[in-house]
Design a protein around this ligand. Structure first.
Ligand code: PLP
Length: 364
């Protein structure tokens, strides 16, 4: 396998620094994009080629491109953090590269070697380093979005013989504009996200498309997001549309649903299991039923519930609602354990704390 280096071809007209500063002052989430993107092509005959970093801009896509019809697509999400000394780091990027490879296998796309994945994000962050915001006393960072699409122009149903890999980047602020605030969650019983043998463990756009109707129903019921149950017994808690879920128990256990093949294995999830153990909690991976969640809040056995993922790190869950009832968790406030774990992980990510597990990789 040839190794890809993603050579940089700088655009002649980069965004002036004062305009970047204006974006950094109020970045939002996923609305502004940097000056460049990393791309590579793959064909069955030639393998990977055409790797480069070039000016950000639209693709020319044949209307028959397979991705537009059969959703043969996968993606990743990770962040680049600027430290006070100006250096730029990423949190466990190899884990994202490995997960992209597993998602590729499931979606019958060509796995990109992890060293090529690393080269793609290094080159992009190198050329667009001015776009990586300072933490700013907040949680600002550069969100990286690698993705892969089938772009063979062919309407037959089989794995595409032509594929495009791309990485784009977007400066992001704190997910919570005015401080961490608990969200409300709707228990989705009309819609499922993933079934056994399906694509639930892969990070693919199709899973997100399938979650949107539940999301709409959650919003119509006054909730921020939906939580999905398993499709077989329809009682085991799986995850939100794009975040894993954790329960804090009165006795110091930190419980998250075990990986069953229908849950996406979050990088944040696995890091939090370790951070919890480091801080004296007992991390547990096991099945949790929706009845245990409801009854545990009522009995006080469950003291906090939170969701986690790269974008928001930890999002407390303050209210659980379902067809016919609701339960308030921890007085609808951010709990001490969620706050503690969130701060601990952010401190590692921004280089404010030791990194005993070697999670940080310097990019620039
Ligand atoms: C990306 C994602 C997560 C969170 O994964 P992280 O690696 O922690 O960002 C959780 N669930 C789903 C369905 C996801 O797509």
């Amino acid at each position: 396998m040839t190794s890809l280096s993603f050579p940089i071809h700088r655009r002649p007209d980069p965004t002036p620094l004062d305009r970047i500063a204006a974006v950094h002052a109020s970045p939002g989430f996923g609305t502004h994009f940097t000056d460049h993107m990393a791309v590579a092509d793959w064909t069955t005959e030639g393998g990977w080629s055409g790797d480069e970093v070039r000016a950000y801009g639209p693709f020319s896509l044949d209307p028959a491109s397979a991705v537009l019809h059969y959703a043969q697509e996968i993606f990743e999400g990770l962040k680049a953090f600027r430290r006070e000394d100006g250096s730029i780091w990423s949190f466990r990027p190899q884990a994202n590269g490995e997960r992209l490879g597993r998602s590729a296998v499931r979606l019958a796309l060509p796995p990109l070697p992890v060293d090529a994945f690393m080269a793609s994000i290094r080159s992009l962050v190198e050329v667009d380093q001015a776009w990586v915001p300072s933490a700013d006393g907040e949680e600002k960072s550069l969100y990286l979005r690698p993705f892969m699409i089938a772009n063979e122009a062919f309407l037959g149903v089989r794995p595409a013989r032509k594929v495009l890999y791309c990485v784009i980047a977007s400066p992001v602020g704190s997910y919570f504009a005015s401080g961490v605030k608990p969200v409300s969650i709707w228990v989705s019983t009309d819609f499922n996200r993933a079934g056994p043998g399906g694509t639930g463990a892969a990070k693919c756009g199709g899973n997100y498309a399938a979650s949107l109707a539940a999301q709409t129903q959650a919003a119509a019921s006054g909730c921020d997001q939906a939580v999905f149950l398993d499709t077989v017994e329809r009682k085991w808690v799986e995850e939100l549309g794009g975040m894993n879920v954790f329960f804090v128990m009165r006795d110091g256990q930190i419980v998250t649903p075990e990986l069953t093949g229908t849950i996406l294995e979050g990088v944040t999830r696995s890091a939090l299991l370790q951070v919890a153990a480091d801080r004296g909690y007992t991390p547990v991976e096991r099945r949790v039923s929706i009845d245990e969640w409801r009854d545990g809040i009522a009995s006080g056995e469950i003291t906090e519930v939170f969701a986690c993922g790269t974008a928001a790190v930890i999002t407390p869950i303050g209210r659980l609602a379902w067809d016919g009832g609701e339960a308030i968790i921890n007085s609808n406030e951010t709990g001490p354990v969620a706050a503690e774990l969130r701060a601990a992980l952010l401190d590692v990510q921004f280089g404010r704390a030791d990194d005993p597990h070697g999670w940080m990789t310097r990019l620039v």
